[in-house]
Design a protein around this ligand. Sequence first.
Ligand SMILES: [Zn+2]
Length: 480
Amino acid sequence: MPLPTPLEAQAFGRYSDSAQIAAYLRALAVASGGTAVFGCAGHSALGREIPVLTCGVADPARVEDGKLRLLLVGSVHGASEAAGCEALLCLARSVLLGELRELLDVFELVLIPNANPDGRDADSFRNGNRVNINRDFVLLEQPESRALDAAVRRYAPAVVLDAHESAVLKRRTLGQEGYLTAFEAQFDVASTPAIPAALRDFATDTLLPQLIAGVQARGLHAQRYIAEIRSVSQPITHGGLTLRMFRNKAGLRGPLTVLLETPMEPKAGQYATYRDIGPRVHKQLLCMRVFLDCVRASAPAIRAAQARAALELDQPTCALNGSYLREPPDAAITLPLRERASGTRVQSTFADHRTVIAQDTLRIPPHYFVTEHTEVFAELLARHGAAFERLAQAIEAPVMSEVFAGGGNPEAACQRIDELTHRRLIPAGALRVPLSGSNRRLVPLLLEPRSTSSVFRYPAFAGLLQHGRPFFIPRGVDEN
Ligand SMILES: [Zn+2]
């Protein structure tokens, strides 16, 4: 095998560290003779480079005709979920120097294998600021989440894969009840209800079943992602529905976004390789290969779904929120678990809350005005790549202003108590935020306090809502 990965070179005796990963990607770029380009997607909280390797990308701003661009992200959760990164290094080698070379006839690949270098080197799932970056895609306070969000904007991939792992032993929750989880691969897709239905439906009804069937056919028990099981008496749902996670945020920007999760056996077990990393990488690679096969086979259907989704963005309304419910009211689902003491597989029945209902329909305004705290919101919008202009002089404009409860607790503060349509003096220096393209849905989800993806669901922003006063971000109203 040409160019052993750092993990292979260390005989699977410990994980690759961030410096080794960056060096390996540079070496692959050199060995590829120009097919691959090594770059830096940003820096971590502690200043480590977040490497990006593009394969067959001639121009980041434009995808070559007839090709599909894919962004593959590994180890957002650092060394706690190390296998995604290790597998992406193997995959990059196969694509550039090995048996998968012909994939570059159909794909342009952008790889960010080590999305959380601080967590990788500190044996943690958090970054150097001790933050779970996969909950930061609304505020974008962390450099790692900003780098991933910016990569989605810069490369505008058609498809994104976000590769995670999950411990079968939840020491403080399900493990206390005497059980381990028992799946071998899970997939989910971006599921925020504001994502155009053409894309969500294709992802859910076509791609997910293909991925699951493809992995099953290769001998792994696969299923649609089930949100972490903490208790045998809890209801079952799929993943979170807000923009706080990378999957949903990326999905609302346009790409078909897929979550992959494979299991990890307990750390304390006896394994042939360090923390069982050999089999873990094998499972990740198998799932990634199935993913690439499915995407390749579905490329025309993916393009068609994305064209329909782009048209859908012009619709006058969108759902701000979604929630899971039990439908029918007595729906139940049986899932395998393992007994912690004996390892025996058992079937356990749960209340089935996997049906999503869309809620809080918004008539999308032509623009918003930000009339106060303009510096805070100028910075926030810039972080999200959302365009705005500053009013050079005060204007009187027709707007719809909501009135919120305010107060310390974010959820209570965001309760709407009134709304009024009126002419309002918009001061000089206010921001005017036009809504077009995917921002037509992204910006309302971030700015509307009723949206569970909104910045106002965080204490620092909730504190800006004043009881009984017209909201300082009124919606513009068309004059005619
Ligand atoms: Zn994870």
